[in-house]
Design a binder for this molecule. Structure first.
Ligand code: 5GP
Length: 197
């Protein structure tokens, strides 16, 4: 019997380093899939359609909602973001773990539908440090940074709905913690075929 894959939900403010941590994990565990989200946000320099996101117009996104193609979706910083359902269902059925890098609103929707999913929140060491990282990243205007900071503070109220919190003060240490969470979760009895023939 094929083991059902594990659904991993990773949230945290933009600039907390979730993307880099997830990439490091997938570099080491190549069977772990990554869910590419759909968004109405315009691509940033260097971002590619179908790799970073599926970039959609508002109308296209609304068709995806109406046709129930999305597992969850939410408005984030004035744009829509959502998880295409099919690739997630296929990964899980094929026994592959899959990461959803989504915001708190989306994570709560996933929790309703998949109570067995593993919820991980990545935090920066401080709000000051977060702001500095967003400024240094140089991809967003001061207004957008202010919006992202406000959002980050608002999301903190939901951290206790997650199973794990990882503070990303050092990328290496945080990567080890993320790996430890995945490995421990894979050892839960519900995920191990422990019958002895
Ligand atoms: P960014 O615009 O910086 O790529 O992402 C902004 C926020 O949108 C991040 O907090 C990210 O986690 C969230 N996000 C990305 N994809 C999805 C998605 O498919 N669903 C939801 N609900 N949030 C998403």
């Amino acid at each position: 019997m094929i083991r059902q894959g594990m659904l991993l939900v990773v949230s945290g403010p933009s600039g907390a380093g979730k993307g880099t941590l997830c990439k490091a994990l997938m570099g080491k565990y190549q069977e772990v899939r990554y869910s590419i989200s759909a968004t109405t946000r315009p691509p940033r320099t260097g971002e590619r359609d179908g790799e970073d996101y599926f970039f959609k117009s508002r109308e296209e996104f609304e068709v995806m909602i109406a046709q129930e193609e999305l597992l969850e979706w939410a408005p984030v910083h004035d744009n829509y973001y959502g998880t295409p359902r099919l690739p997630v269902m296929e990964a899980l059925a094929g026994g592959n773990d899959i990461i959803l890098e989504i915001d708190v609103q989306g994570a709560l929707q996933v929790k309703e539908k998949f109570p067995d999913a593993v919820f991980i929140y990545i935090l920066p060491p401080s709000m000051k440090e977060l702001e500095q990282r967003l400024i240094n990243r140089g991809t967003d205007s001061p207004e957008i940074i202010a919006k992202r900071m406000k959002n980050a503070v608002g999301e903190l109220a939901y951290v206790n709905r997650y199973d794990y919190v990882i503070i990303n003060d050092s990328m290496d240490a945080a990567a080890v913690k993320l790996e430890a969470v995945i490995l421990a979760e894979r050892c839960r009895p519900k995920r191990v075929d422990y019958r002895v023939d």
